[in-house]
Design a protein around this ligand. Structure first.
Ligand code: SF4
Length: 472
């Protein structure tokens, strides 16, 4: 396993002047932030002065992750994949979430293709305060015609800024499209054992990233990568093949795992590149009915996200199939060392007044967004989040992070007694065990134990709280 970088490894390649231009107190603090990716090299402006040229070069070398980062596209929708520094996410964290590309081809009706492209481009779903997006378009040449393919690619770039993958094994077809969109850095898919020489030349000529494909043959894949590297290419993506029939899927997972472990644990530079998978391959042999095939594409995608895929090419855009993929991707790429949390304190939901109920919960982001949504459904509410360090209510109660003392403190800090006429609070059903102690501490207040699941809040307000809390 490669040695994880320590701040000192990075510090020795920084200017060492502790000037503070990067916003940190000194170079050592900046080095620590650089390793955690909370800062970028570009934040240290002095490093780009001519006298530090050698240090900069060395630092770039030291910081290069075992799996290289490769950028596809230009502009604000460009996507960078790879950048992995550990095999298992609990060792550090996985950066650069798996990019999701969706296929269109040059034989489908133009309006259908454009509709799909726009859907992918405009898709946005907010979950736990994070906007989840789809990332790009894979344009497949089905016609075999260079002109037709180039025309379709041109039309897509006319209506969208999404990064593209150009899919054809024919170098003539590829070049015709590159003449049109080469400056937008599409991913060339793909160099194989039969066309590698021409595809490497095209990638060099147009300065575009290149995918290497050797389905089921890791030795060939490695050999293609070594050849491309010798030719001066370093923006490479590896496609070991996505086999989805029966036991062959286990072999696919096995290949992805071997490549990633070889890159990170053995530091084999020839395979130290992002991996791509093609869940859309399920459509080559559909599963009887369409829904079953879409479901299969969905679980193939999630298995590949778990097993190191940096980029996936998908076909299905149904929301029910995308949701589990997006949620899983978000979970896998969340830093496992830091629970997602929101700022502890008071949140006002809806048009609050002195007759508004007060809810108390923890500050786990998932809890916050669920409770907030259900309070909104009930009308309005004051929501006070106790600092539970991002841990869920149930675990916080067990771990003494959500205690009667902490709730009292949070209520005081929020100044809530001056905002309402009543003297009642609602705590989560999963914190029922602190209700007695809390009522003792909050002399004169009534503590309601709310539902165990926040979805019960609207009912609870209507059938319990509103009936028991009277205003003159
Ligand atoms: S800007 Fe560079 S030289 Fe200045 S303190 Fe930060 S890391 Fe050190």
């Amino acid at each position: 396993m490669p040695k994880l970088l320590r701040p000192l490894d990075v510090y020795r390649h920084l200017p060492g002047t502790n000037c503070g231009e990067c916003g940190e107190v000194n170079c050592m603090a900046f080095a620590a932030k650089l390793i955690e990716r909370q800062k970028g090299i570009e934040d240290c402006k002095p490093l780009f002065k001519p006298e530090y040229k050698a240090k900069l070069e060395k630092l770039l070398e030291v910081l290069r992750p075992p799996v290289k980062e490769v950028t596809i596209g230009v502009g604000d929708r460009a996507i960078t994949v790879g950048g992995k520094v550990c095999v298992y996410r609990h060792e550090l964290t996985w950066y650069r979430p798996t990019a999701l590309f969706f296929d269109v081809d040059d034989e489908m009706p133009e309006d259908e293709a454009i509709k799909k492209v726009k859907y992918v481009e405009d898709f946005e779903l907010e979950r736990i305060g994070v906007k989840l997006k789809l990332n790009g378009i894979a344009v497949r040449c089905v016609s075999g015609s260079p002109e037709k393919f180039a025309k379709r690619v041109a039309k897509i770039t006319e209506v969208s800024n999404l990064p593209l993958i150009l899919c054809s094994y024919d170098p003539n077809v590829m070049e015709e499209a590159l003449i049109v969109v080469g400056s937008k850095k599409p991913l060339i898919y793909a160099a194989t054992k039969d066309n590698w020489s021409e595809m490497i030349k095209l990638a060099s000529k147009y300065n575009c990233p290149l995918a290497l494909s050797a389905p089921g043959d890791l030795s060939m894949l490695k050999s293609l990568a070594a050849t491309a590297r010798k030719a001066g290419l370093d923006d490479l993506i590896l496609d070991p093949g996505t086999f989805v029939e029966g036991d062959s899927f286990a072999e696919t997972i096995n290949m992805f795992t071997m490549l990633r472990r070889e890159a990170i644990e053995k530091e084999d530079k020839d395979v130290g590149y992002p991996l791509m998978g093609v869940p859309a391959a399920v459509w080559l042999s559909p599963e009887g009915d369409e829904v079953a095939t879409k479901m299969k594409e969905c679980y193939v995608a999630n298995a590949l996200i778990t097993r190191f895929a940096d980029l996936l090419v998908m076909h299905t855009i149904d929301i029910w199939a995308l949701l589990p993929i997006l949620v899983w991707r978000q979970n896998v790429y969340t830093d496992p060392r830091v629970p997602l949390s929101v700022k502890a304190g008071l949140y006002e939901i809806g048009l609050v007044d002195e007759k508004t109920p007060i809810f108390v919960t923890g500050n786990s982001a998932l809890t916050y967004f669920l409770v907030r949504g259900d309070v909104e459904k009930s009308g309005k509410g004051y929501l006070i989040c106790v600092d539970t360090e991002g841990i869920s209510v149930e675990s916080s109660v067990a771990g003494r992070r959500f205690t009667a003392d902490k709730v009292v403190e949070a209520l005081k800090e929020a100044g809530i007694e001056n905002k309402v006429k009543h003297r009642t609070i609602i705590i989560p059903g999963k914190a029922a065990r602190i209700s007695g102690e809390l009522e003792d501490l909050l002399q004169g207040w009534k503590v309601f134990v709310g539902p165990k699941e926040s979805s019960g809040i609207p009912d609870f307000i209507e059938k319990v709280w509103s009936k028991e809390v009277k205003f003159e």
